[in-house]
Write a protein that binds this ligand. Structure first.
Ligand SMILES: *Cc1c(COP(=O)(O)O)cnc(C)c1O
Length: 410
């Protein structure tokens, strides 16, 4: 008899997106005519075509594989040197991160989950509420939590409440934690942390011997030059923080798959008997054993995003989405809703009209405006009373969504 990992049975059965799709499907079946005008602003997925530079580089990569003389088999597990160097010199210029501290992968979702392989049992783990559900569920699977309570909060996790009073940026807790997940610019709230707020976190981490797992998948959307894009802009972070980044939102690569994790050689954690071990050594070993590298044409395409043309094309893509975000923010503000995010992030986080829950707002928008949004409560109890609108869409769709919000709530 084979036994299962019973931690999986503690998981809340993937409630949010399946429930959204159940309600959308039911609506479509009952309202065939209205269903034709449905606009989806729910899932955080890009919509626009890949940048030219990436397409060209990917084609070249395939052509190299098509010729025996330039063919490549397995590449280095940690990523090709050309891409690791391109990341170090472009994404981390002057931030003292070397190419061999950058580990290329096929996605940040996997990296933020897989990182738990190198941490032991018994760590006190903090997450924000609301949160990107991957951080929670991977800790449940790894056995780092107890059961969920009726609000969906897991025993053993430290929840850092984010709300309008703290601008959806949690300060460090009074208690000591060993690991903390931070995500800025944030999914789902679109909040960004200031330099001072991140410095408070790094100071906390150094004082409490905490490792910060910093997800900056949305750094490319930061418009304000004073908002940090990387945790390594903060003094002391090279001692206590790992950073996850992805080409998914940066270059529209959600379907291409390429990301990277930065593990400075100076970040260590302890054995049970107090010896300090570099996380770099463990993550490198994990990559070699469980991963065989991202594909060559994909890594070529990712590197091309850092070429002169690539940078211009990426900037245009970001400008498109951020133009959408500005329109959505304005439309929601104009009808008197409370609006966060959407300035340095592709998500607009909106307070529901007085007295409406997140799911009531979801149903209202679906039935009366045929716009799919994401209920904030799906990201954690503190998201109740809020909803997320994604700016990933065509301009025409966003303009239409704005008109419908004005008609419905104006
Ligand atoms: C989209 C996203 C990522 C990127 O995930 P990939 O697996 O690289 O596509 C990472 N973190 C957050 C919070 C995201 O929303």
């Amino acid at each position: 008899m084979a036994f299962i990992n019973e931690n999986f049975l503690k998981l809340k059965a993937g409630y949010l997106f399946p429930e959204i799709s159940r309600r959308v499907t039911a609506f479509q079946q009952q309202n065939v005519e209205k269903a034709a005008r449905l606009i989806r602003c729910g899932i955080g997925d890009v919509t626009e075509a890949l940048p030219e530079a990436a397409i060209k580089a990917m084609h070249e990569g395939v052509d190299e594989l098509a010729d025996r003389a330039s063919f490549k088999g397995y590449g280095p597990e940690q990523g090709y040197a050309f891409l690791r160097e391109a990341v170090a010199t472009n994404a981390y210029a002057n931030l003292n991160i070397s190419a061999d501290e950058i580990f290329i992968s096929d996605g940040s979702k996997c990296d933020t989950g897989n990182i738990l392989d190198i941490f032991g049992k018994g760590n006190r783990i903090a997450i924000t509420d609301p949160v990107y559900p991957v951080y929670v569920d991977t800790n449940v699977m790894a056995g780092n939590t107890g059961d969920a309570d009726t609000n969906g909060a897991y025993e053993g996790l430290v929840y850092l409440k984010c709300d309008a009073s703290n601008g959806f940026v949690a300060p460090p807790p009074a208690e000591k934690v060993d690991l903390v997940y931070l995500c800025f610019p944030n999914n789902p709230t679109g909040a960004v942390a200031t330099r001072e707020q991140l410095q408070a976190w790094v100071d906390y981490a150094i004082a409490n011997d905490t490792v910060i797992l910093f997800d900056s998948a949305y750094e490319a959307f930061v418009q304000d030059p004073n908002v940090p894009r990387s945790i390594y802009e903060i003094a002391g972070a090279h001692q206590c923080a790992l950073e996850f980044r992805s080409f998914s939102k940066h270059g529209g690569f959600t379907g291409v798959r390429c990301a990277y994790t930065v593990v400075p050689k100076t970040v260590t954690a302890a054995t049970q008997d107090g010896q300090r071990i570099a996380l770099h050594q463990l993550w490198s070993r994990r990559h070699s054993t469980k991963f065989n590298g991202a594909s060559y044409p994909v890594q070529k395409a990712a590197a091309a995003l850092f070429s002169a043309e690539g940078k211009v094309q990426v900037a245009a893509l970001i400008e498109h989405y951020m133009g959408n975000a500005a329109l959505l923010r304005d439309a929601c503000s104009a009808v008197g809703l409370e609006v966060f995010g959407g300035i340095n992030a592709p998500y607009v986080w909106v307070g529901c009209p007085e007295g409406k829950t997140s799911w009531e707002m979801f149903d209202l928008m679906l039935h009366e405006a045929q716009v799919v949004i994401t209920p904030g409560s799906g990201f954690g109890a503190a998201g109740e009373g809020w909803f997320r609108i994604s700016a990933f869409n065509s301009r025409a769709n966003v303009e239409e969504v704005c008109r419908r919000i004005t008609t419905l709530l104006g």
